[in-house]
Design a protein around this ligand. Structure first.
Ligand code: HPA
Ligand code: ZN
Length: 328
């Protein structure tokens, strides 16, 4: 039934690699690194994944990533994800990671950077999956720290495809991070930012205007501001929407009530993504299938959104052309 959805050459633009940590690997890495988990079993971990909102998820997300210590841990994490992504028919992935969440635990830059970059190289040769790396800043921490972290990452600047902004959105407006995004832009590194997930439409406007981001992660609350919708639509700003994530974090009560159809009807540049698949009940294909079931979208609808993602990806032009041709 879903063979045709699997076959579409999908690009995943909104993925937190730390959010791909399945409970089985969490336990294996805890054993490897001598970390004690507050759970008895894999089933107990899964049972804890019942979230009220974004902050209640983030607590478990930061706790879970506490098992990641070495370069090999990050490599194994990403390779496990790439193997699942391949099964979903994903051909390009933009991995976001949160260096600050590792630095505060005493895990140096080298571990995530070198582990993830090695996995990205391996995914290209083993699975023909291309990738990009997005270094994200935590918006609920000091903007000065983000700037410092960006400068500390200088040896890897050439390996960073974009900077991002994530973590708890409410009461953490994006404009405070204008300086670090400007610094990145001056070095030719574009920006993306989470906005309008739990925060208001005004945060989308602010991320776009003050941070000059080229994509908005989530962005679903833009519908509260029709003038903004018109501007985003005219400018073809991509929204990396994550339907199963939004249901799990109660941005909407059910998928049937999700604003995705309204976003598309408003002419917005919508893409589909999984966000934190290990926590939100599914990867790219699950998100595609769930939308097919909830909205009755046709093959042409999915081709349209898959094309949007390929066009919005940080990807070599030659590869983009080849993948777009496979969609035609
Ligand atoms: N929103 C904000 N920050 C995040 C998320 C999310 O869904 N996942 C990981 N960090
Ligand atoms: Zn996200």
């Amino acid at each position: 039934m879903t063979t045709w959805l699997r076959a579409l050459p999908k690009a995943e633009l909104h993925l937190h690699i730390e959010g791909t940590l399945e409970p089985e690997l969490m336990f294996a890495l805890a054993t490897r690194n001598g970390v004690t988990l507050p759970y008895e079993s894999v089933e107990a971990v899964r049972a804890a994944y019942d979230f009220e909102d974004l902050p209640s998820f983030l607590g478990l997300y930061y706790q879970g990533m506490g098992v990641l210590h070495t370069q090999d841990d990050f490599y194994d994490l990403a390779m496990a994800y790439f193997a699942r992504a391949r099964e979903d028919g994903v051909v390009h992935v933009e991995l976001s990671f949160d260096p600050q969440a590792h630095l505060v635990r005493g895990v140096p830059f080298e571990a995530p950077f070198e582990g993830l970059l090695a996995a990205c190289r391996e995914a290209r040769s083993r699975y023909d999956i291309s990738s990009a790396l997005i270094m994200s800043f935590l918006r609920d921490r000091d903007p000065a720290e983000a700037l410092e972290v960006f400068e500390q990452a200088t040896p890897w600047h050439s390996a960073i495809d974009a900077v991002g902004l994530d973590s708890a959105e409410r009461d953490h407006p994006p404009g405070r991070f204008a300086e670090v995004f400007a610094r990145a832009r001056a070095l030719g590194i574009p920006g993306v930012a989470h906005a309008g997930e739990e925060g208001p439409a005004a945060y989308i406007r602010e991320a776009w205007e003050a941070l000059e981001v080229c994509r908005i992660d989530h962005g679903v609350r833009c519908l509260e501001d029709p003038e903004l919708v018109a501007r985003l639509s005219d400018a073809r700003i991509p929204l990396t929407v994550c339907p199963l994530s939004n249901v799990k974090l109660k941005v909407t009560d059910t998928l049937a009530e999700h604003p995705l159809p309204a976003l598309r009807e408003a002419g917005l540049n919508v893409t589909l993504n999984s966000d934190d698949p290990a926590y939100f009940g599914g990867g790219m294909l699950d998100n595609y299938v769930a939308c097919h079931e909830a909205f009755g979208w046709t093959r042409d609808d999915f081709i349209d959104m898959t094309r949007n993602a390929l066009q919005a990806a940080f990807m070599a032009e030659e590869r983009r052309e080849a993948l777009l041709e496979r969609l035609a």
